[in-house]
Design a protein around this ligand. Sequence first.
Ligand code: MG
Length: 390
Amino acid sequence: MKKKVVILGSTGSIGCNALAVIDALSSEYEVVAMSAHRNLDLLAEQVKKFTPRYAAVTDEQSATDSSKPFGGFSGTVLSGPGSLVELASLEEADIIVCAVVGAAGLPAALAAAQAGKTVAIANKEPLVIAGELLTSAARKSGATLLPIDSEHSAVFQAMQAGRPQEVRKVVLTASGGPFRNATLEEMNNATIEQALAHPTWDMGPKITIDSATMMNKALEVIEAVWLFDLPSDKIDVLIHPESIVHSMVEFIDGSVIAQLGTPDMKVPIQYALTYPQRRAGISKGLQLHKLGQLNFHTPDLNQFRALALGFEVAATSGSAPVVFNAANEAAVAAFLAGRIRFGQIVELIDHCLQAHTVQEHLTLEELLQIDAWAWREVAERLDRNTTIVN
Ligand code: MG
């Protein structure tokens, strides 16, 4: 019996890599459904190649505009944002790969967890915004939550070497982004081009900016709290510019188990698909002798204030991570639009956290209302101060 996989967000970078992995594993895996937001040309190509039973277009306008999106496709075409939930809870599906950007993929991730699926989570929002809802739904239904993010996959792999109560701490590694050697002033006034020039990973603009502020790592700390059921003070961050050690776990006997590999997202994607087994993969092996050395140092929390705030938010929990994440999304959008300086991203996040009163045990609807509030708060603050352009 082939494992049946649903890919939510098949035309993004994670989605394309997941399809490449499945293509290589094709004798054991089958794509039963895929979704795209707007990129119908690529979706049509993917549908032709993988012949799923369902294809969804989440952007209603794109679905309407295109008269004949998939010539010759005999499966069911769904449209609108609600189609993600439908695909995530398909009776025949075994594994749901959640790679939809932003809060849009949240209801689907939750539906997959409630339906008892294996949920491979690639984007940060499900665990950052709804970590409590998602983990409790998975406990109830028996769903398995598996990380696709390289750091969490590394921690998850290292965790196989011991029992949860034997973990002393988890160390998430970070490339440090383009500003790891910059002064605070250089960083605060950085241009869009400088912030987008990531030294090791090739990713989309939002996550590349998050890597430059180290917001990316801050969100990963919050995710790790939920994924591994750890208090935030058991999580450390180390800057490791080579991005070879993807993260590590220190056990109570002092042993540190790390996962290493070339920086290639196909490795964590494949592990999530084949877990608890391993398969021959399409990624290149690691040649440590060619690298010669690996470097590590502690991040300066005065420079990377987003990371300092992230540790505070991870310790607070409740609705704080929702505000933290949404304020960042809104601030990064403003930065990429040339409306604010780089240093103002973290100022806006800090402002929203201060203006928010933390609430506990919220429903998904309530969490999404707080998400929307943070977006509005950033917009209003920018409208009040229109003079702050690069
Ligand atoms: Mg990561």
